[in-house]
Design a protein. Sequence first.
Length: 323
Amino acid sequence: MSVQSPSAVVLIRPHHFGPNPATALDNAFQSIDPTRNAAEIARDAYTESTRLAEALEQAGVQVHLFEDTESVRPDSVFPNNWFSTHPGGRIAVYPMYSPNRRTERRTDVIELLKERFRVQDIIDFSGLEHDGIFLEGTGAMVLDHTNRVAYTASSHRADSLALERFCATFGYEPMMFVASDPRGIPIYHTNVMMCIATEFVLVGLSLIDNPRRRQEVADRLTEPGRELIDLSAEQVADFAGNAIELRSSQGRILVMSARAAATLRVSQRKVIERSCRIVSVDIPTIELAGGSVRCMIAGIHLDRRPVLVSKVADAARPAVALA
């Protein structure tokens, strides 16, 4: 068992995926593919999200897969930005920076979690949007569930006030820092540069601007005895930091994209494979939007309800597959 790695996840399979022009200004990880038209990109993203769901199921992770048929939500494949789940039956709902992402919040996802897992409370921070205050979930924050620290790179999508409110409510210590890529562009989401697993952490330390703060972050990350894998800026650009540890029926796995896995050095792989099996999935189309596998996965840190209740919910909800 590990409080860091959930054994069940929510995925959203998009029917109209595309790089979001509304988020391109502050997301330097976004790119374009002039060789494919919008319909081809949407088709390929649908296939890639299906591929991830199947890979997780085959690895022994419980997948709750939702369809998104709306054409106005190009980033809906990244649900970890708008909600997170926590032990003790609590769900957080977050304020989103881009107006065209705010409709990604879905009551049917919350209702499924309430039906299949023990949910005691839903804390909705989304009203902060009216004051221009944003905190995009476990994209903006990387949570150390063992040491109770919320690591957060300062950006348009991570306001210090919202971070303080989240931490006060959920019992985390805020640890905010300034991080930039080699061109000086701020890191838009912390989870592209940091992944905390049970026995190791992947982090692009060199991207943290202040050397003293960089050392403080490194010290806190390794405090519980984790081994630190320092990622280069090039590895971060290839999404090596955008990974997530999950608990499968065969043990812990580290899930990342094929592009991210290919950039790992042999010595880094050895550290990971001492406690995790690497599961990599090829998702080049989805990575055009500036996020990778971690962004696609919303982990479920909730206790399951009895199996009978889940089966009844399955029968009543045909829109959810692979659950």
